[in-house]
Structures are given as C-alpha cells and as structure tokens.
Ligand binder design. Structure first.
Ligand SMILES: [Zn+2]
Length: 294
C-alpha cells in the first residue's frame, strides 16, 4: 500500500513517540532497581605518603558505586588502619571492611619479601593489632615460593585462621599448597591469561582456592561472556570474587568504570550466580569473627 507523504510523517512521529515512551520506560525501570552490590575483594588503599583519595572521598566513592564490602590492604598498612578505624567510628556505615596484612612497607618489598625475615616479623607484629583476616596481597612467581620465609608465612596464616591473598602463577599456587595443604588462598587475578581449563583443574584439586578476577583476561569478548568463562562460573559459582586492584592512582581514577565493567558481565549470568560472585562468596568467606590474637 502506498502511504501518502503526510501519512508517512505521521507514522514516523508516532514511531518516535512510541520509541521514546519505551526507552524512557526502560531507563526508569533500570534506575529504579539498585545495581547489584559489589564486594571489592582486591583493594589497595596505599598511603605513600598520602592516599590518592582522602578517607571521606574514598568512602563516598564506595557509596556511590554500591560497593558494600572491601578486602582492605595498603602499603604500608596505615591505609588499612584508617579504613578499619573509620568503620569502628561509624563513618563507614554499610561498609564491611575486611583487613588483610600487607607484607610490604615499600614498593621494592614486592621483589624481596619472600627472602626477608624482617617481613615475617612485620606480619606477626601487625597481626597483634587484631581484626585481621588474611595476609596479602603478596607476589610470587614459580620457585620463589619455595623459600623458608614463604613457608613460615603460610604456616603462620594457617595456624591463625588467616587467608592468603596471592598474586601468583600456577606453579607458585601449587607450592603454597605443598607448604601447607590447609592453606586458604584467594588467588589474585586467577592466573591472568592462564588457560581456563587449567584454572578449572586447580579449583578441582584445591577446594580452598578462590579466584579473584581483576585483570583476568578472556572473561568477555566484545562485551559478552565467553563460553569458557560462563562454564567456569556455572561449574564453580562459589569460587570466584571480584576486585578493583587499586594498585596505582589510575585505578582509583577509573574506579567507577572498573565496577561498572563487572556489573556488565555479571548481568549476563543467572542472578543467583551473579550475586555469589558479586558479593555472596566474599561474605561467606569472611562470615564469623576475626581470629583471636594469641
Ligand atoms: Zn593488587
């Protein structure tokens, strides 16, 4: 049928109005629903000599992006103390602060801590403050994990019910479990680009290994979850955590984008799996009281 010109314009106008109503309706529904809560399981509030964001700014940032829990670490540990104190003083309502002992005083410790007895002392001293739930993030590549000081740190963690937060390759993860099979390890970056099949093997072999997903490659392609990672999440819904890894100022500057990036692919998972990875798994790990200081 041939529609007269004026009719076509009317039709276009009608379509436009209808489209606008649909679009507007969708937008208002989206903004009405709260975005999924995020537990940031890889946070550094570094204090060298002062943080990128002040304490008030950082707390406002968590509220703005609905980050309701943090695995808090810093270099030196001063930043972690500030976050713990803020929570204790009621300045961080609704924020769950889970402090980990960072075994670094300065950046260079990353490359030597595993051979440095004074770092072991630092961990033991820091633990006495109370409230700590883990040791990390620390860095290890391959055989560097075999040293006595790493073994002592692992044994200390196990003896005091502390998690380990390890930025490590698969070989170092295996060595940590060989030091002490009772280790509980949060695996920072989950091997970066390691074959997902190998990640699955390690998760199957070590029931107390959890994968944290900052900088983890291959999870999405063109904004869509890849089949390999969808399968991993469906097979191991209880074993993954998300984190920002604010190791440099640029990560703080793009904090909102990092968190939005997680929500983008979490929304592609069944809601119950998304909720576990977004916050549920972290809450389950850290439920219960902090280990006693002894
Ligand atoms: Zn990190």
């Amino acid at each position: 049928m041939k529609v007269p010109k004026s009719g076509r314009h009317l039709g276009c106008l009608f379509g436009l109005v209808l489209g606008t109503i649909i679009l507007f309706g969708t937008a208002s529904r989206t903004s009405a629903a709260e975005p999924i809560e995020i537990f940031d399981a890889h946070l550094h509030y570094n204090w060298e000599p002062k943080p990128y964001f002040s304490l008030d700014e950082v707390l406002a940032l968590f509220r703005k992006h609905r980050v309701t829990g943090i695995l808090a670490t810093s270099r030196p540990n001063t930043g972690t103390h500030a976050l713990v104190d803020a929570r204790a003083e009621g300045k961080a309502d609704g924020l769950w602060v889970v402090p980990f002992i960072r075994p670094y005083r300065i950046r260079a410790d990353i490359g030597s801590w595993f051979n440095d007895p004074s770092i072991y002392d630092l961990v033991r001293e820091e633990f006495k403050r109370g409230g700590y739930r883990g040791v990390g993030e620390f860095h290890l590549t391959g055989r560097a994990a075999t040293t006595d000081w790493v073994r002592k740190t692992v044994d200390f963690a196990v003896a005091h019910d502390l998690y380990l937060h390890a930025h490590a390759d698969a070989e170092a993860v295996e060595i940590l479990f060989a030091h002490n099979p009772k280790s509980r390890i949060i695996w920072a970056h989950t091997g970066f680009s390691l074959d997902p099949a190998r990640v699955a093997e390690l998760l199957a072999k070590h029931p107390t290994l959890w994968g944290e997903l900052s900088y983890r490659g291959g999870i999405t392609e063109g904004g869509r979850l890849t089949p390999a990672w969808r399968q991993l999440f469906e097979r191991y819904p209880d074993r993954f955590l998300v984190g920002s890894d604010t190791w440099i100022n640029e990560r703080w500057a793009s904090y909102g984008d990092i968190i939005a990036g997680y929500r983008q692919w979490l929304a592609q998972l069944p809601p119950e799996i998304a909720a576990k990875i977004a916050h549920g798994n972290a809450r389950a790990l850290f439920a219960g009281p902090a280990p006693a200081v002894r």
